[in-house]
Design a protein around this ligand. Structure first.
Ligand code: GLA
Length: 393
């Protein structure tokens, strides 16, 4: 029986310890940012829809201290390599994870922050490439660090948008706003219902009867810059063109079906996902507000089927998990489940009764290994707070 990997509370302790071992002194500034799960509203942030993520209790921490040279010296506990960037040289993308940090540094330099050389160390408890927004956590944690280290603070909304701009234009991933927003604005004990047309949001509290949130990592890694994500985005834009609309928010299912002759089967299915997922997200928010967990669970399953067949961003491993969880059903303590994040691998999020967690894991774990010759990871999470910065004592 696998143990549920505990959420480590101490990525900041590890980042500090690694900093000391690399630079023989203590860091002056610490910042961190969480990963996120998305309960409902997948692939609709860039389609003007609603999304309802929450921050996880797994975080990425970044610590820094000033140095006298005009350099950034960057290292992570994970790969132990040291990267050096001269602040007076053009800070160009390299095509690896350092782009998320350096892109933010370059952006803050353009804002005329009080730039100084920095030694930086990073440690993270967020699985990489698992659809849990490790990239947004890295961008937002870096931005939050620079707010104190380079004394240039932004309004949280501006900070989230700046980090999205870095990901779009520096890293080259055409993501929407959900991840950077969630990681910046999330509040402990709440889901964040974000209107991606206006970037306004509502924090929806979760009461003590809310089921456990079990995250299952398929351990299939996705690479979003490889084109499938961008392809979905442009497919949705092409449907809007045919519909003669500028935003999905004003499109009904009837309007979509009225144009079915002019749309390909793929375009119709993409449109159907967007319209139905926007509605599901509003309905899901209502369920959380009213504590209607049975209905919420059904919406999760419906969302997964839409992502699987209409939007085609799931993978066979996630589908298998969702089918198995559905098979266990309410009697087995499972209220609902769906893939979370961009898809093409990554994680499934499940609403489960707290007392059924161990049994569920026992049943899924060995079958998954047998079926795919691969380990799945299981962990519980709960809605947590967004990014933070502090000066260590
Ligand atoms: C990734 C992107 C988000 C969002 C999700 C899918 O996480 O960064 O903007 O589009 O995929 O919902």
């Amino acid at each position: 029986m696998p143990s549920i990997a505990p959420a480590s509370p101490c990525s900041s302790q590890r980042a500090k310890a690694f900093f000391k071992s690399q630079f023989q002194c203590s860091p002056r500034w610490v910042a961190d940012a969480p990963g996120r799960i998305n309960l409902m509203g997948e692939h609709i942030d860039y389609n003007d829809g609603f999304v309802m993520p929450a921050a996880m209790d797994r975080r990425l921490s970044i610590v820094a201290g000033p140095i006298s040279s005009d350099e950034i010296i960057l290292c992570t506990e994970q790969d132990k390599k040291v990267f050096r960037f001269r602040l007076n040289d053009p800070l160009l993308p390299r095509g690896d994870w350092t782009d998320y940090v350096v892109g933010v540094l370059a952006h803050w330099m353009e804002l005329n922050a009080s730039v100084c050389g920095l030694a930086i160390s990073i440690a993270s408890d967020i699985p990489l490439g698992a659809g849990l927004s490790s990239s947004a956590a890295l961008e937002v944690a870096t931005a939050t660090l620079l707010e104190v280290a380079w004394e240039m603070r932004l309004h949280p909304r501006a900070k989230a948008l700046a980090c999205q701009a870095v990901e779009n234009h520096y890293v080259g991933m055409p993501c929407g706003i959900m991840d950077q927003f969630a990681v910046t604005m999330a509040a402990k004990g709440h889901f964040l219902l974000l209107d991606c047309q206006t970037n306004t949001f509502e924090q929806i509290p979760v009461d003590s009867h809310f089921p456990s949130l079990l995250v299952i990592n398929t351990n299939i890694r996705h690479a979003l810059t490889e084109g499938c994500y961008a392809e979905r985005r442009s497919q949705c834009e092409s449907v809007l063109l045919v519909l003669g609309q500028t935003s999905w928010r004003s499109v009904s299912m009837t309007q979509l079906m009225d144009k079915s002759e002019e749309l390909s089967d793929v375009q119709l299915r993409r449109g159907r996902h967007v319209i139905s997922e926007i509605k599901r997200t509003r309905d899901a928010a209502d369920c959380v507000r009213k504590g209607n967990m049975m209905e919420l669970g059904k919406l999760l399953y419906a969302s997964h089927q839409s992502l699987r067949y209409d939007y085609e961003v799931s993978c066979k491993e996630a589908d298998w998990i969702v089918d198995r969880m559905g098979g266990l059903g309410e009697g087995g303590g499972v209220l609902g489940c769906r893939m979370t994040g961009a898809g093409f691998g990554g994680c499934v999020v499940c609403l489960v009764s707290p007392d059924a967690v161990s049994d569920i894991i026992r049943q899924l774990d060995s079958d998954y290994r047998k079926k795919f010759n691969l380990e799945a990871d299981f962990f519980l999470t709960s809605p947590s707070e967004g990014c933070r910065a502090w000066i260590p004592s």
